[in-house]
Design a protein around this ligand. Sequence first.
Ligand code: MRU
Length: 354
Amino acid sequence: MEIAPVKWENERLWIIDQTLLPAEYKIIPLDTLEAVVDAICTLRVRGAPAIGVCAAYGVLVPLKELKESRSSLDNARQCFFHALEVLAATRPTAYNLFWALARMKEVGVGRFQDVFDFWQALENAANRIYFEDVERCRKIGEYGADLVPDGGGVLTHCNAGALATSSYGTALSVLYAAKNQGKEFRVFADETRPLMQGARLTAWELASAQIDVTVICDSAAAYVMSKGWVNMVIVGADRIAANGDTANKIGTYSVAVNAHYHHIPFYVAAPFSTIDRSLLHGGLIPIEERSGAELGQGFDRPVVAKDAKVYNPAFDVTPHDLITGIITECGVLYPPFEESIRSALQTQVNCIKH
Ligand code: MRU
């Protein structure tokens, strides 16, 4: 089954509403800028690369009406800058969001004859971002597949699958490619509190692909490792700093510490569009804090005592020295990451054509 979480069809933006999975598979249109912003903020569409692609197309959503009413170029450009601004304020940690909006801006500030010309250039740019992401993710799978232990166990956290990208995924792309090579392995999916991306989304994706998947609660990861059932950990990333420090879903850091203790290799799979060269280390990565209500609502009734405070960071940063390798669309990068990232960005960044 092909999973396409973000689609641009007949000049309309469509997404799979991921908040409904796995109970319901529903594709919904996003016909206003407000709907796009809401879908990103509420995680109907989620995962750093998918957020970036959705935002790129999201810029076009409010412009469509202006194109159809033959508005002035000035008007359209004003609307474009407004869209860039509100979309950039949705999810602060996901670097692909800012990367994609910067690419759209680069195109949008050019010279155009009229609103049609403007629209066409932006639509082409968003399509390029989409198709490049598909190709980046496919190549991540190709480069990472050899690392998957045949007959072994793999642990992953959150969802870095097709649902989180344009297609294939990042961490899960590696697993899909390994399966296509004929490898047999089992996957442990951390449930990923509080929004259960592992239990709801990763388990759904892997089971649909006939990959042996077992959901565990986040706090069972160390125990499962201690049993010798995990030979590799692989996760995605929301933002990677210049030295390899990696922000990913809250709990990833604990998984990395546990993997280190048990001598299990810990891989991050991410495209170059997730690497933020402007940040020297992970301490500078902005960490999204979400509403405490996300922790408090469980089992259809409140699960946190009424007067207790709740702290709900959505991401944490795994220090680079806990990371064995970063699987990218241009190959696997190894420590020292400061050097391998710099050199890869200088020499290989064009391995996916712009
Ligand atoms: O809050 P989410 O569900 O958007 O968080 C997603 C993750 O942390 C993913 O691991 C990351 O974006 C990489 S997706 C290829």
